[in-house]
Write a protein that binds this ligand. Structure first.
Ligand SMILES: [Zn+2]
Length: 74
């Protein structure tokens, strides 16, 4: 049975659930925090593409500013 990283659309709780494909597609998984069935699947492997992080691109402290990746070269 695969594990799913899920995020609740209602309360934002992130949790891990083990469920069969059928259970997942039938939305039979509940948020343990609020009981909602509105869940988003988080694909961890996609995290290689970082969300607009701060320390991800800008070595502030070393160069004293953005290297241009933020679109605001100072
Ligand atoms: Zn929830």
């Amino acid at each position: 049975m695969p594990y799913y990283d899920l995020k609740c659309s209602e309360c934002g709780n992130e949790f891990n659930a083990k469920a069969s494909m059928d259970e997942r597609s039938a939305a039979a998984i509940q948020c343990p925090a609020c009981g909602s069935y509105r869940l988003e699947t988080i694909f961890r492997k996609v995290n290689v593409v970082r969300s607009l992080g701060d320390e991800a691109c800008c070595p502030i402290g070393e160069t004293g500013g953005c290297g241009g990746c933020c679109g605001s070269a100072r």
